[in-house]
Ligand binder design. Structure first.
Ligand code: FMN
Length: 190
């Protein structure tokens, strides 16, 4: 199962993220959780969200970039859902060092795909430009969160200039995203 955690505070105003989401909604193995719709008061149902994650092979984070990071809801989701003893070991270490099976290994081996839209254009994410460095420079905390929980980091997708790119470019990004999810297979574990 592919679990899409869609976190957009104003989904009706979304242009690019919405196009990506709508392009994959009908896929039979895709489950969408739009967190701002589900939890308008931020009162996340932890047991339900952990069960959804446990069922997933691939977790997709789909959101607009806010202040070079994830929206507040997704940060809160990490804070309350990725608990010690479930997402990482009760000893506080990463899952790979867990001594006891079942201690903090709920996410181990699952794959994580980060799909971010930005207002900044592709050329503005460069040294000396408005956003100071390539967009890849902003992925480290998320990538390490995945690694800390024993997850496999997939090559991310970023759509820049989400307000200014053409309708054709939005449609192309959505088509590519759909193709990527259709092609995704859980790797065989030896
Ligand atoms: C509070 C806030 C913070 C934002 N921070 C950034 C940012 O750090 N970098 C950036 O490129 N765009 C930033 N944006 C622009 C959003 O990323 C952009 O509106 C969104 O990706 C567009 O996608 P959508 O069409 O799905 O809404 C910000 C927007 C808001 C409202």
């Amino acid at each position: 199962m592919i679990l899409i955690l869609h976190t957009h505070p104003y989904p009706q105003r979304s242009r690019t993220g919405r196009a990506l989401l709508e392009s994959v909604r009908d896929l039979p193995n895709v489950v969408v959780r739009s967190l701002y719709d589900l939890y308008p008061d931020f009162d996340i149902d932890i047991a339900t969200e952990q069960a959804m994650l446990a069922d997933a092979d691939l977790v997709v984070l789909l959101h607009p970039v806010y202040w070079y990071s994830i929206p507040a809801m997704l940060k809160h989701y990490f804070d309350v859902v990725l608990t010690r003893g479930w997402a990482y070991t009760s000893a506080g270490g990463r899952t790979g060092s867990s001594a006891k099976p079942g201690d903090g290994d709920a996410l181990r081996g699952k794959h994580l795909l980060w799909v971010a839209t930005t207002g900044g254009t592709a050329s503005s994410y460069a040294e000396g430009e408005m956003h100071a460095m390539p967009f890849k420079g902003y992925e480290a905390p998320l990538r390490q969160t995945a690694h800390f929980c024993g997850m496999v980091w997939e090559a991310p997708i970023s759509i820049h200039g989400a307000h200014v790119i053409s309708e054709d470019d939005v449609a192309e990004a959505a088509t590519k995203f759909r193709a990527r999810l259709i092609a995704w297979r859980k790797p065989d574990v030896a």
